[in-house]
Design a protein around this ligand. Sequence first.
Ligand code: BDR
Ligand code: CA
Length: 310
Amino acid sequence: MPRKIIIDTDPGQDDAVAILLALASPELEVLSLTAVAGNVPLALTQKNARIIVDLAGRQTPVYAGCDRPLTRPLVTAEHVHGKTGLDGIPLPDPTHPLQPQHAVDHIIDTLRAHPAGTITLCPLGPLTNIATAFTRAPDIVPKVAEIVLMGGGYFEGGNITPAAEFNIYVDPEAADIVFKSGAPLVVMPLDVTHKALTSRPWVEGMRALGTPVGQAVASWTDFFERFDTAKYGSEGAPLHDPCVIAYLLQPALFTGRHINVEIETGSELTLGMTVADWWHVTGREPNAMFMGGVDREGFYRLLTERLGRL
Ligand code: BDR
Ligand code: CA
């Protein structure tokens, strides 16, 4: 039986690759995509989610959720993802419709309608939708099988401030709610994703697939690679969000520790930092499987094989 997942997302080129990887994988049943404001405003993230569903030739329902963080003004990342969020290749406007229901209501209804332990949440953006659902309907929290999310960073520091990673920084109050919720958490921080760097042969391999999906993935990578290579001085760019889906498919690709992780919501200097007790120095209860390593070759092998199916 495929594992049922809801992907909560703010596409974003790397979100797009993650969604395509999930849609290409028979081990996963993607119940829905729920859009949230993040990389670009909600009007664009929900539209981009529908463009990606069209590109994959699927009918996965798309819902629009929260258009701003719980208590703060929205911070976006057009400097990384471009004006549309999916810059790199021109794609047609979506034909796939937007569902009328709010994403938060959809998440609540879906968890209530399924037996406990059967739905995995995969947040790839700020945690606003998930935190709102948990606050409005605390009864759904124990029903969540697992939350596997991209966010945070510890040894690697931050990518939007020296201390904070973008997804957590945009809505630290939401992240705090999710990290304290008690739901089983698996975290893919920058410590992992900065090791999942694209390579030229991989990008050219995507292009050589000769499919619309291969062409899009290669063009997106070319687009954001320019930003990342300039910023980090690395060869290639990190494919952050696909790490979440790759973990669901092949958990052995990743290594980490079950530790306590708390979110900084007070200090202006370190707002949104994921304070990870990697060395178990606090005695605080572990609440998250915090990943640190990835088998890069295996990760890209998986991506190539799966994206080639679309
Ligand atoms: C995260 O922020 C976004 O820019 C990416 O889509 C990813 O989810 C990386 O910090
Ligand atoms: Ca994202």
